[in-house]
Design a protein around this ligand. Sequence first.
Ligand code: SRM
Ligand code: SF4
Length: 573
Amino acid sequence: QALETTMIDRQSDLTQPLATLNDNEQLKARSRHLRGDIATGLADPLTGAVPGDDPLLMKFHGIYQQDDRDVRADRRQRHLEPIHQFMVRMRIPGGVLTKAQWWGLDDLSRRYAERGIRITTRQTVQLHGIRKRTLRALMQGLRDIGLDTIAACGDDSRGVVCGANPSLSDAHRRVAELARATSDRLIPKTRAYPEIWYQQTPANNDATNEEPVYGELYLPRKFKVGYALPPINDIDVYGQDLGLIAVVDNGVLHGFNVCVGGGMGQLDTREDSYPRLAEEIGFIDADQAPEFAETVMTIQRDFGDRKDRHRARFKYTLDRLGLNWFLNELARRRGEPLQPARPQRFQHNGDRLGWQQGNDGLWHATLYVESGRVDDALRSQISGLLQQYGGRLRLTTNQNVQLTHVEDHEREQVQWRLDDLGLSWRLRPDSQAAHTLSCVALPTCGLAMAEAERYTPRLLDVLQRLKAQYHVADTPITLRLTGCPNGCARPYLAEIALTGRAPGLYNLYLGGSFHGDRLARLYAGNVDEEQFLGLLAPMLEDFAAARHSGEHFGDFLMRRHWLDTTPVALTHL
Ligand code: SRM
Ligand code: SF4
């Protein structure tokens, strides 16, 4: 045991001198638990930006400094400062909002944001285009409606996602409660947040214990936790750093199969970066889940790579130190090994759109929102709808919105209202649209190399026309589009994915599974629309002719060995 511990200690970057760690680690260390000079930068009226390293620190507060990339070149040519603006990401565990919170968001987004409300692939809300002078007012407005943004970004545990609509059954409710308890447990405790944003007076007492779990250096990188409830893998549980898969028998939640080490991000410039599926490692009792999440997170805290930031995610820690090492360390910290994983099966990773009734008799209507973008009209329509019934709202990890808790006697009225407002199609959208996700990309994302959200309508149109040629337009195929390889729409888990390389050019990935449990393979590099449609055409033709009943496109491509050969286009990489 002593020998093993010594070996482990030598592998931990936390035992290395700070000067040997990467710049972000140094920044965190001198930030006084995420304070930096943010408050001073906010007060400077001469620029729309915050200076120095503070934009990096602000990420821990859920805020990204961005600029409008549509006008960046023009501004540069005219020697003008970029149009600096901020993206604010909320922390909404499980995506559950009250009506008052939605109305509050509606109001705040009209007052302070430029691009409506954006539902994200981690079931929360982002507001874009906020100016520095109004940032604090927005943050206080959010506080007033019971929302915050702490650790929605940064090197910490990000918003905990949960696929269970709490109202569907007792088991769903329990899973949602555990997801919220996990979020509460893993949230950073620094008082920097209320001091800076709510202007609360700093406490005089010693700040050394301000972060009992995270310490001064927080995590080496972001850490993502998600809860899924089979048969629906809507959260893409195998893309999470830590995934908890509910095991329910006869309506009773027994516990969770746990899987570790998922992640999508990769860099074109680093061959040693890659997307990775989380591996199932065992089973835990339900009540243990929040503490278990903390234990796994603290192993990553202690052993994640703090020198090479591009290899700092938990997936790389696992590959570097080995799964057996991790299981031993986990057992040592928990005082017991994991129980064997129990049988469970997923059927798909999309949302169930339309009406659904819970065991408690209440109804829930899931409405499709293309790329999660809630524009002015939809925002008002949802706000109006919420005036009329006693329910609530839930955001999904497929960027959709769910009206929840509709009483039986209200359902007909809500349906009429949906009809009146022209929203009924959102309950039953085109099946391809319903299985498509795209990330924000241009014009706000600083990392985007190609369009994603703004290209989605056209992509859906051309793909559906191609599918129609082969009479497979009604067969849903999971399609994910991102503006760069980072994978914010979880492309490497889709049956067809396009990840941006340059304006109008994408890498084409194929062959993920419909359940989100197999990685797609790179099939072609740097292809434009005409080229990728040309590559897909013979596959769809073959699919129409030779697929088995109920077979999904990704499985079909694997069975027919479509992905075994390297097409010419790959040489352009
Ligand atoms: Fe993401 C960075 C948007 C989910 C992997 N992501 C970004 C930034 C903040 C760009 C930046 O660093 O400057 C993007 C802001 C764009 C904008 O203008 O709004 C951004 N990510 C998003 C969202 C909004 C996509 C969406 O269209 O919904 C999602 C917000 C989630 C949330 O509410 O918390 C979003 N990002 C994801 C996911 C999906 C997930 O978690 O289920 C992933 C893949 C899973 C993973 O983490 O491995 C993801 N985002 C990344 C990465 C790559 C991380 C890596 O390990 O390499 C980056 C870049 C980075 O962190 O350096 C990134
Ligand atoms: Fe930006 Fe890339 Fe994420 Fe899209 S995938 S939001 S382009 S970081």
